[in-house]
Design a protein around this ligand. Structure first.
Ligand SMILES: Cc1cc2nc3c(=O)[nH]c(=O)nc-3n(C[C@H](O)[C@H](O)[C@H](O)COP(=O)(O)OP(=O)(O)OC[C@H]3O[C@@H](n4cnc5c(N)ncnc54)[C@H](O)[C@@H]3O)c2cc1C
Length: 187
């Protein structure tokens, strides 16, 4: 067992803390707070969650795993932090290689993810508010959606505390004094 200090309780810090605690390490999570921190990138009403990342197959594979984990969290926490409403990218002209939308479509199909090509007639039928004269083509990732990101961080912070992560909210990491990290607490 190691004693691990994690600096910053945004989505990356809090999920790392939970994972390391599950692996039976002693974990201290440090953040100036209040949590979720109002200036943290993770703290927001919503963040898009999608596997459409153009031709970037590594990122698509990671996002595919992450979407499954978001579904799992919805069940585990008994509340919808992730909303599977779909994400659509549209273009004003027919998409083709190497357009982001075209490469996304090809990769999503290769990964057998639920996807629809939004050519003009379908776009017009399914989304009548959109002007099919302007948006002629696109990709609709059906299993994508958005996460209530600030609420997700808050929920995960509570989970981290409940499994024994030591939360130092009100503390700020000040400097690294090589070779050892030095912490200054501003409580
Ligand atoms: C405008 C915007 C829109 C975005 N949209 C999307 C999107 O739609 N979909 C998507 O997937 N991603 C999106 N992102 C990216 C995503 O928000 C970030 O990748 C993610 O939130 C980063 O999380 P983090 O935990 O690394 O950082 P943060 O959430 O920023 O957390 C950092 C934490 O560190 C703490 N901290 C800072 N300094 C110290 C210190 N000295 N000591 C201790 N703690 C400290 C802060 O208080 C904070 O809580 C977006 C980002 C931005 C800015």
């Amino acid at each position: 067992m190691s004693r691990i200090i994690i600096v910053g309780a945004g989505i990356n810090g809090v999920t790392a803390a939970i994972e390391l605690k599950k692996r039976v390490h002693e974990v201290v999570l440090v953040d100036p707070g209040p949590l979720p921190h109002p200036l943290a990138a993770s703290t927001d009403i919503s963040k898009a969650v999608r596997a459409a990342y153009g031709a970037d197959e590594d990122y698509t594979a990671l996002a595919e795993r992450s979407i499954n984990l978001w579904r799992h969290w919805n069940e585990e926490f008994g509340t919808n932090l992730y909303h599977e409403v779909g994400v659509m990218f549209v273009r004003r002209r027919k998409m083709q290689p190497p357009d982001f939308e075209y490469e996304s479509l090809k990769l999503l199909e290769k990964h057998r993810l639920k996807v629809a090509r939004m050519d003009t007639p379908r776009l017009w039928q399914r989304f009548p508010a959109w002007n099919p004269e302007l948006y002629r083509d696109g990709v609709f990732e059906i299993g994508a959606g958005y996460a209530e990101s600030g609420r997700a961080v808050g929920t995960l912070i509570e989970r981290a505390k409940s499994i024994g992560v030591e939360l130092r909210s009100g503390s700020r990491f000040a400097s690294i004094a090589c070779p050892r990290a030095r912490l200054e607490w501003h409580l």
